[in-house]
Structures are given as C-alpha cells and as structure tokens.
Design a protein around this ligand. Structure first.
Ligand code: HAM
Length: 415
C-alpha cells in the first residue's frame, strides 16, 4: 500500500520553507508596524459557528466545508476561514472589555473542499487581520493597506484593488427587493445557477461568471447607487483616505464577496500574475457579526489573503529565491577517529549556539566538500590523523576560498 497526501493538500518541503519563513516574517513585521497582535485559534470549531456567520447559502457552507461528527456526535468543522473563529474567541474571552479596540492578526491553515487547481487547494494558508470595536473608515483603510504593504515589501507588483459597498441592514433589504424585481423581469433568460440564487441571494447574481448573465444584467441597479446616507458617507470617506494615501482603487459595483457577513465596505485585491484564481486577498466590514454570534453589538473589519497565492506570484516574478542560512562550520572527516572528533566538536559548538554540521554517511572527502557547498556552510574544516595529532587544521572560508591555519583551541573564537 502506497500512501499519498489527500487531494488538494501539499507538503511544504524543506527546500520551500525558507520562502514561507521569509513571507511569514514580512507579514509579522507589517502587522507589528500597524500594531496588530497575533491570535491563534483552534483549527476546528462547532459547525454552526461557520454556518451562522458565513451564511447557510454560501458556496463555502453549502458545498465546501469539511464537516464531520466526532465520537460524541457533535458536528465539527475544520475552519474554512479565520473571521468567524476570531470573533468567537473575541466574544468568549471578553476581549472587548479588556480594550475598546482590538486589533489582531492570524496566520495558518484553512480548509475548503473546492476543486483543486493552480492556486486553489483544499488545505491552504491565510494571513489575515481583524479590527474589532470601531466603525471608523480609517480601519477599513488599514485592512486594505495591510496586505498591500506585505505585497510591496515582498516585491509583488501589479496588484489591483477593487472596492464596493454592500450596504447595511437599513439600505440593503430595500435594494435587494428592487434587484429581485428587476431580475424577475429577465428570470427565464438567466443561467440556472442565477435563477436559483434570485430568490435567496440575488446579490450573487451580479457576480455570475456566465457571460449571458453578465450581458443581461449590464444595466441592472447596483447597491452602491442605493446606499443610505450613512453607508454613502462611509464609502466616500474610505475612498478619500485611499486617495490621500495614493492607493489606486477601482469601484466595482458588482463585487459581491462569497461570505454573507459583510456590511458597507467589501474589497478584493487581485494580480495579473495569477491565472483564473487571481484573488490575492479579500475582506471588508462586518458590523453585525459580533452580535449575530452572541456578543455585544461591536463593529468589525478585516481581510484575509492566501499565502500560496502570494508565493505563486513571487515565483512568476522570479522573486522566490531565498538563500537559507547554512551552518557556520562544516567538518570534513577523513577517517573514523576524525569523524568522531567532528561529531563531538559539532555538538559542543551547537550547545554554545554556533551551528555546525558534519558528514554522517562515511562519504569521500570530495563528496563531503560538495555537501558543505550544498548546505552553504560558511567555513569548512578538514580533519584527519595529522590534524588530530597537531590539534590544528585549516579553516576554509567558502565564500573567498581563502584558507588559514587554525589551532583547535582558537577555533571557537573565530567562528
Ligand atoms: P476569502 O475571500 O474567502 O475571505 O479568502 C481570502 C483569500 O484566501 C482569497 O483571496 C485567496 O487568496 C485565499 N483562498 C481562499 N480560498 C482558497 C483556496 N481554496 N486555495 C488557496 N487560497 C485560497 C475570507 O476568508 C474572509 N475571512 C476575509 C475577511 C477577513 N473578511 C473580513 N475579515
């Protein structure tokens, strides 16, 4: 029996982890610059948490969640995203009482049973942030700036920001009715999928990928033109702030995100470097979610971004080569005694916090030198009978090729 990883999951191999660590360190730095602190929530939660927050009728909840009954017959779901879990943790741990504004970020695996393709996995990784406790448009702008700043620091160019307002509980029901009335006029001509959505989730008809649907709805009224005063002012403020910060954006009245909790701002960041799965990040405001999940009425806004997608983009741009830090010293042993000495010396150095490596496979001197090179060792020390006797050896600087004699007693101090 040969075992293989589950479809849509990937091993992140040692040769790739340097890239991941680099991206993660940039994310952490940017989050710190904006004073967001890390939160780590469990990978699985009660199914109803996601159904309630993301929405029963969304693709995520109706088709994509990894849901199972555990041994005590409780319905459990592997988290498909991080907002619901963060809000649950916020309420459960009374974070709102500790501070009137909570700014948190997360990094980690999410699970959705989608059809795997380039840039779309079943276990994928997101970084994201949530700000809870303020309805200020400045925080909508922070949610947009955070991923953009990460992309900028990583050297990802050609991103595009699409922005919309999906209204609030005051203006959206009114608009939804209007939209439904308009859609009913063309109902029979719409794609079967859009016809099914018309009743329960008419806004999703607007972002149908079907070309005929797009033509038929070309002049349909859009939410952004039917906002209440408060939502209109908020949307205008977000755009004004983006302009002040010279952040280009496109208002896309058809942008409807695949999660139901949004109010007011919704946005997506895409890049031309990805194929059909071109969304690098998405987010928006969710002023009703905390209350919906049982907390005190608290506004919130945030974003999440796919880490695999930014890595694919970096690869396309040829910016994914990161030199891993190799050992400070690699000991090449010529015989059994020298290898034993090399092992003991390496352990001694490692215990003092100096990285050291050696050969474990009884390879030839030439092969050991190749290994030292492959690992990007800074120095190589070749040990044989002579060296053990004289308690001195040659220290080779691998970058310059320079060799200098060094006594064993002085070795530690030059590494
Ligand atoms: P989302 O748009 O569902 O939003 O996901 C955000 C990002 O995660 C996407 O833009 C994409 O880069 C990545 N992503 C999603 N699904 C996959 C997949 N199957 N494979 C690879 N990458 C994927 C959310 O998750 C919301 N929680 C964002 C948010 C936070 N809104 C407010 N706060």
């Amino acid at each position: 029996m040969k075992y293989r990883s589950i479809k849509g999951t990937r091993d992140i191999l040692p040769g790739e982890t340097a890239r991941w660590q680099h991206v993660e360190s940039v994310i952490r730095r940017v989050m710190a610059d904006f004073s967001y602190r890390e939160i780590r929530t469990p990978i699985f939660e009660q199914t109803s948490l996601f159904a309630r927050s993301i929405g029963e009728l969304t693709d995520i909840v109706s088709k994509e969640m990894y849901t199972f009954l555990d041994r005590s017959e409780e319905s459990i779901t592997l988290r498909p995203e991080g907002t619901a879990t963060t809000v649950r943790a916020y309420i459960q741990n009374n974070l709102g009482e500790a501070a009137p504004l909570t700014k948190v970020y997360y990094l980690g695996p999410m699970f959705r049973q989608e059809r795997p393709q380039a840039g779309r996995l079943r276990q994928f990784h997101q970084f994201g942030a949530e700000a809870l406790g303020s309805s200020s448009p400045t925080l909508d702008v922070e949610a947009i700036m955070l991923p953009l700043q990460v992309y900028k620091q990583l050297g990802v160019s050609e991103t595009s920001l699409k922005l919309n307002s999906v209204g609030c509980e005051k203006c959206r029901p009114r608009y939804k009715k209007l939209l439904q009335e308009e859609l009913l006029k063309i109902q029979s001509k719409l794609s079967p999928e859009s016809q099914a959505r018309l009743e329960q989730n008419p806004l999703r008809v607007l972002d149908s990928k079907d070309e005929r649907d797009q033509k038929l709805t070309a002049s349909i009224p859009l939410m952004k033109d039917h906002l209440c005063d408060e939502c209109r002012d908020h949307f205008a403020s977000v755009q004004t702030l983006l302009n002040h910060l010279n952040i280009p954006h496109i208002v896309d009245g058809r942008l409807v995100r695949g999660l139901d909790y949004y109010t007011k701002t919704a946005f997506e960041i895409t890049t031309s470097h990805l194929g059909s799965q071109d969304a690098l990040a998405g987010g928006g405001r969710y002023d009703l979610l905390v209350e919906e999940l049982g907390g005190k009425s608290t506004p919130g806004v945030g974003f999440a971004a796919g880490i695999e997608r930014v890595l694919i983009t970096l690869e396309k741009l040829g910016k994914d080569k990161f030199q891993e830090a190799g050992p400070v010293v690699f000991f090449v042993g010529m015989d059994d005694k020298s290898r034993e000495w090399a092992f003991l010396k390496s352990c001694e150095l490692r215990m003092r916090g100096i990285s050291a490596e050696l050969d474990y496979l009884n390879r030839s001197v030439k092969a050991q030198m190749r290994e030292a090179n492959r690992l990007h060792a800074k120095f190589v020390v070749v040990i044989g009978e002579e060296e053990l006797k004289s308690r001195s050896a040659k220290l080779k600087n691998m970058a310059t090729g320079e060799e200098s004699p060094i006594s064993f007693d002085r070795l530690d101090s030059v590494l």
